[in-house]
Ligand binder design. Structure first.
Ligand code: FJE
Ligand code: FE
Length: 347
């Protein structure tokens, strides 16, 4: 009895010993893997630190999610657009609803039409656009100028290319969050000379909204947005910070460049849109071609609300769309002047 107790106690001891050994081995393996992981992380952080020459914090270059081409299509009256955001490949890209490279020559244009629930951003590359709205606000947007229009609760206006040459520009639609959709309409208008510009190592920038190269735009973006116009000379490179979690795309106006981290970069040519993944805090662009590359780089904070669009009205529910149509037709709740107003182009 005592012998069997002894035997069983010594075999228990043996099992205990074995178990301790196995656990010990496992723990040291875990420690080893963890050490390796920490070392790799430190190494990556160090590489990033060298690349960015800023801080030890880990930085990541965003990778390309999608590239697609935009072909000319008829829009407005006799005008044409290459649709970037709004294209079947990228219906909307929160907070962006539409981005058109547009082209037209008088008398072509976008005659009297309403907007509610978002902002239109018109940036002119060439020629001019005459505009007027139903509150009597009118003017001429020329090459290099910017009009940031908050349609809010309602604008009715016309946008008509003027002059003798072809007009070329970009119109971006930025959504407004539900609680901003019915704000009072407002304009921010900057002529070319008032748009901050910078240049660094062969890269030129016009800061339409947000900040680049330490230069800030005076434009107030109700929906937080960055809008940069870059020209990369042949061989030049750019590392532009992009707020993490914001959606970001580039639209190439001319030339070509490689977008994304070295080794994973994708070449993108004129009239193509590059949508980036939300997997980093900056974008790397390298012009490996012999010509300059001109593109816009746009990013914005997603709103995360439903989008219900009926042409020029963009709301969050079908009921709000019905209300917008009824307000426009009935000339009420912000559309009062729609009852009597016609632009001077409508004659
Ligand atoms: C619009 C169709 C349209 N892209 N680019 C339907 F064409 C428009 C519209 C424009 C527009 C205007 C300029 Cl200046 C430049 C544009 C579309 O005006 F608002 C609706 N709803
Ligand atoms: Fe418009």
């Amino acid at each position: 009895m005592i012998g069997s107790d002894l035997r069983s106690s010594s075999s228990k001891n043996n099992i205990l010993h074995k178990a301790q050994e196995v656990v010990g081995n496992l723990l040291s393996k875990i420690k080893q893997v963890e050490t390796q992981r920490v070392n790799l992380q430190a190494e990556e952080g160090y590489k990033c630190k060298r690349r960015k020459n800023s801080s030890y914090k880990q930085v990541m270059s965003r990778t390309v999610d999608l590239i697609f081409e935009s072909k000319w299509q008829d829009e407005g009256v006799g005008a044409r657009v290459r649709r970037s955001i709004g294209h079947a490949e990228l219906r909307n890209f929160d907070p962006f609803l539409l981005c058109d490279e547009f082209c037209g020559r008088a008398p072509a244009g976008f005659p009297d039409h309403p907007h509610r629930g978002f902002e239109t951003v018109t940036y002119l590359l060439q020629g001019e656009v005459n505009h007027e709205d139903f509150m009597g606000h009118k003017g001429k947007i020329k090459a290099g100028d910017l009009q940031w229009m908050t349609a809010g609760r309602g604008i009715v206006h016309c946008e008509m290319p003027g002059g003798k040459e072809d007009t070329l520009g970009i119109q971006l639609w930025v959504n407004l969050k539900r609680t901003d959709k019915l704000v009072k309409p407002a304009y921010q208008e900057l002529v070319d000379k008032d748009i901050p510009k910078g240049e660094k190592s062969g890269v030129k920038v016009k800061v339409i909204a947000g900040e680049a190269f330490g230069i800030k735009s005076p434009v107030y973006t109700r929906t937080p947005t960055s809008y940069l116009d870059f020209t990369l000379s042949s061989g030049s490179q750019l590392d532009q910070p992009i707020t993490s979690d914001w959606n970001c795309f580039a639209y190439i106006l001319s030339g070509e460049a490689a977008f994304g981290p070295e080794g994973k970069e994708k070449i993108c040519t004129a009239h193509h849109t590059v949508a980036l993944k939300r997997d980093g805090d900056h974008i790397h662009v390298h012009n490996k071609s012999s010509e300059p590359c001109h593109f816009i780089l746009v990013s914005g904070k997603p709103i995360g609300e439903p989008i219900v669009q009926h042409g020029p009205f963009v709301m969050t529910t079908q009921e709000e769309i019905m209300q917008a149509m009824s307000d426009y037709r009935g000339a009420k709740n912000g559309f009062e002047n729609a009852a009597t107003w016609n632009s001077s182009y409508a004659d």
